[in-house]
Design a protein around this ligand. Structure first.
Ligand code: MG
Ligand code: ZN
Length: 226
């Protein structure tokens, strides 16, 4: 019985996510769902990338958080529109929460929307939000066994950011293990070793991300960049 209920909940979520996705597509907004554990560096990654990105495109951010608006305040501090979703203790974002924030975002005025999910490697994987791309941030301090442990999260990832790579010399973290665990899942996701703190490796990831947008939204990317 419970399984059936969980399934219909997810089906309802999928339908709302598809509605969000059509709105995003209609407005030419490319949407990235940013996932990862608490402390993986999702907000720090956004803070590091957005100053460069906003020279080229108009971005915005939806910040998912349990209770605070700290992360949205950090994003607003760099001059990028940000909207906060407080889940009131809820451990993931769902498509309905994203839909509810859309009236506060001028979709016609932006081209790229990041949705920073609640820090969690488990149930966040199950809820589509209407995104085009899923990026999982895994910091090297979390350990190299995470792909093997959180299969669902990593199976659905379009890219894996290995953050805090500047700490690799000081800890035991086997990058090859992450690579081979992803391969075993049948994942084609590229791995980006970077440090959002020092900026090392960041450019490669940003170029890949903007390249994916141009590839998935070719007309929009062309029209808007004029
Ligand atoms: Mg954050
Ligand atoms: Zn949850």
């Amino acid at each position: 019985m419970e399984i059936v209920m969980a399934k219909s909940l997810l089906n309802a979520n999928t339908q709302i996510a598809e509605g969000n996705r059509s709105l995003f597509d209609g407005a030419g907004v490319y949407v990235v769902n940013l996932l990862g554990s608490p402390g993986a560096g999702k907000t720090t990654l956004l803070e590091a990338m957005l100053p460069g990105i906003k020279e080229r495109l108009r971005p915005a951010v939806i910040e998912g958080d349990l209770n605070t608006s700290r992360d949205a305040d950090r994003i607003a501090g760099i001059g990028v529109p940000s909207v906060q979703i407080n889940t009131g203790g809820g451990c993931h974002l769902d498509a309905n929460m994203v839909m509810a924030t859309l009236p506060s975002i001028e979709l016609g005025e932006i081209e790229l929307l990041f949705i920073e999910n609640v820090g969690n490697l488990v149930c966040t994987a199950s809820f589509a939000l209407g995104e085009h791309l899923r990026v999982v941030v895994l910091s090297v301090t979390e350990g190299d066994d995470k792909v093997e442990k959180y299969l669902s999260m990593f199976r659905k990832a379009d890219a894996v950011v290995l953050n805090k790579a500047d700490l690799l010399p000081y800890i035991d973290f086997d990058v090859e293990r992450v690579r081979s665990d992803l391969e075993r899942l049948g994942s084609q996701a590229p791995i980006f070793r970077l440090s959002a703190r020092t900026g090392e490796g960041l450019d490669l990831f940003v170029e890949w991300l903007l390249g994916r947008r141009a590839k998935d939204h070719p007309e929009r990317a062309r029209n808007r960049s004029k």
